[in-house]
Design a binder for this molecule. Structure first.
Ligand code: DX5
Ligand code: ZN
Length: 213
């Protein structure tokens, strides 16, 4: 299992140390939650933080855009991220935005909120390097895992297999020692983990346990 710690709950003044510790502990990528106060009722961070991270680390940067009409900002995010993910529900032309991400040299990720049926994005799967299933309402860390996301992972996994596509499945929200094995069983390839890791007493051991799934 690949683990993508979300730095949303990190202390931004201590970010450099947090990233170095995550890398040393074996994290596979960094999940970066960008929020605009419109698409979600919260505001996090944007270009300056990701630019600084890009300069500081060679870790894979997985940017999760929770912003309205994300197609307006693809070029800049693609330049400083490895994966650029945006929401199907965010008001951008989906096909064009996925193509734009790839054109700009990043990997594309399409994300769905808890109320969106996975079948709605089937037609876009060939243009996705990754699909992100939200297992909480986007906007805040520390929420409880929504079980309906497991069925969505299963449905997406079987469609990806049926069409012999190479699309990674990522799940985000409420992942901990109880929910991670369920997500793994349902077909997740990457777990985004926020508060559970940042509250862990032993970061390395906690990460290792998740990676073993
Ligand atoms: C929520 C974000 C998540 C969040 C996960 O909108 O997309 O990445 O940081 O945090 P936890 O793991 O605490 O649910
Ligand atoms: Zn996220």
């Amino acid at each position: 299992m690949l683990i993508a710690p979300s730095i949303l709950t990190a202390d931004m003044l201590e970010l450099k140390d947090a990233v170095d510790n995550l890398k040393a502990a074996g994290a596979d990528m960094l999940h970066l939650d960008v929020m605009d106060g419109n698409f979600v009722p919260n505001i996090s961070f944007g270009f300056p933080v990701i630019e600084s991270l890009r300069k500081h680390t060679d870790m894979v940067l997985d940017t999760h855009l929770m912003i309205d009409k994300p197609h307006r900002y693809i070029e800049k995010f693609a330049k400083i991220s490895d994966y650029v993910g945006f929401h199907y529900e965010a008001g951008s032309p989906v096909k064009e935005t996925l193509l734009k991400i790839k054109e700009c040299g990043a990997k594309s990720c399409l994300t769905i909120k808890p109320a969106t049926a996975p079948q709605e994005i089937f037609e876009f799967l060939p243009l996705c390097d990754m699909v992100l299933v939200m297992s909480v309402e986007p906007g805040f860390g520390g929420q409880s895992f929504m079980e309906n996301s497991l069925d969505k992972l299963k449905v997406l996994k079987s469609e990806i297999k049926r069409r012999d596509l190479s699309v990674l499945l990522e799940i985000d929200g409420g992942i901990n020692d109880k929910t991670a094995p369920l997500a793994a069983k349902a077909g997740a390839d990457i777990l985004v983990v926020g508060s559970y890791l940042f509250n862990a007493k032993d970061l390395k051991a906690t990460l290792l346990d998740l990676k073993k799934l």
